[in-house]
Design a protein around this ligand. Structure first.
Ligand code: TRP
Length: 353
């Protein structure tokens, strides 16, 4: 039986918020709990440096925050097929990244629309490592290639839509490597985009983000969540509950539509709001309840973390697992590239493993 490996990652530049939950973590959890795939969840601290090299303390703190958030939502590195990987702790990944750079035409990287948009905002601040990060991300993915399966062992990558150009690039690099060296070594990868896209910020801005100050964090206590919901923008023209209302840009309704478990209830509340039978207060109260029901189990799991001394070991174990796989991949690639000068020694041979 062939099973696909799953790899995905996050840049540790702050604590995780509801946008991460809706757009990514929920999907990752379902994949983990489906027990069909071996999962690698990567803390991309090296990639975080492409924009935050001057904030080392922030990155370090965020690595621990992201770990706690992952554990709190129910990702579980003590499961035999869930691996947490700290990117900077896999040295062979840099080697893989460099080798991939040598078969990647520069034009493939510069045409990437996600990178283009990001480059515009960075301007002179852009570091060399940023310009090549999509290739580095290809290394993140290909490091867990199951080389025993060759190109057939496709890697699944649950990500948001903005990451799809990176996956396209990863596929193209893998194919190009296989073509140049006439081998069947590096596999394809495939994006898995979750059904809910992107959650707006509490201010109605298209993006929920730390820098915009419009995020609800997974670690927010109940009263903070209530205060953030109560400050949300609704319909400014509806002065009384009995006025007819518009819900198009009504932030609490946008959240309810994405997050409330009972869609019929939300639809009927929306009809009442439009018809002037419902005011903002009960809508906000409904959202506060729904959010706290979602966040309460996460808070409980977080509170229990300090007694789990096994967790640190399991993170090291997951990272070690990725390191071994990556060394296999690099070894096999070097053989193809004839960088196999020590091939005669048992140490350099894959089949000795
Ligand atoms: N670029 C991704 C993001 O910003 C994070 C990431 C790093 C990633 N390495 C990855 C995603 C590998 C998927 C696969 O969200």
């Amino acid at each position: 039986m062939t099973t696909n490996r799953v790899l995905t990652g996050i840049r540790p530049t702050g604590p995780l918020h509801l946008g991460h939950y809706v757009g990514a973590l929920k999907n990752w959890l379902a994949i983990q709990n489906g027990q069909e795939h071996e999962c690698f969840f990567l803390i991309a601290d090296v990639q975080a440096l492409t924009t935050h090299a001057s904030r080392p303390e922030l990155i370090k703190e965020s690595v621990f925050e992201v770990l706690a958030d992952w554990l709190a939502v129910g990702l579980d590195p003590t499961l035999p097929r869930t691996h947490f990987v700290v990117q900077s702790m896999v040295p062979a990944r840099y080697e893989l990244s460099t080798l991939l750079q040598m078969v990647t035409p520069n034009s493939w990287v510069t045409r990437n629309p996600t990178v283009k948009a990001e480059m515009e905002s960075l301007k002179e601040e852009m570091v060399v490592g940023f310009a090549t990060y999509p290739v580095d991300q290809a290394a993140d993915i290909l490091m867990v290639a199951d080389i025993a399966q060759g190109a057939a062992g496709r890697i699944l990558v649950p990500v948001g839509e903005d990451q799809l150009p990176h996956l396209e690039l990863t596929r193209e690099i893998a194919r190009r490597f296989n073509k140049i060296y006439g081998c069947d070594l590096l596999p394809d990868c495939k994006g898995l985009v979750g059904d809910v896209g992107r959650l707006v910020g509490t201010d109605g801005n298209a993006k929920m983000s730390k820098s915009l100050g419009n995020a609800i964090y997974l670690s927010d206590p109940a009263d903070t969540v209530a205060a953030k919901v109560n400050a949300m923008f609704t319909d400014p023209n509806k002065l009384r509950a009995t006025d007819p209302g518009n819900t198009d840009h009504h932030v609490p309704f946008m959240y309810l539509r994405d997050l409330h478990p009972d869609k019929d209830k939300v639809a009927s509340m929306e009809a009442d709001y439009k018809a002037g039978r419902l005011g903002d207060m009960p809508v906000k109260r409904e959202l506060i309840t729904a959010l706290n029901e979602l966040l309460e189990p996460i808070r409980e799991r977080r509170a229990a973390l300090h007694s789990r001394t096994d967790l640190f070991d399991s993170v090291i174990h997951g990272t070690e697992c990725a390191r071994r796989l990556c060394e296999h991949v690099v070894g096999a690639m070097k053989e193809q590239m004839r960088l196999d000068y020590v091939g005669a020694l048992p140490l350099g041979r894959i089949d000795a493993w």
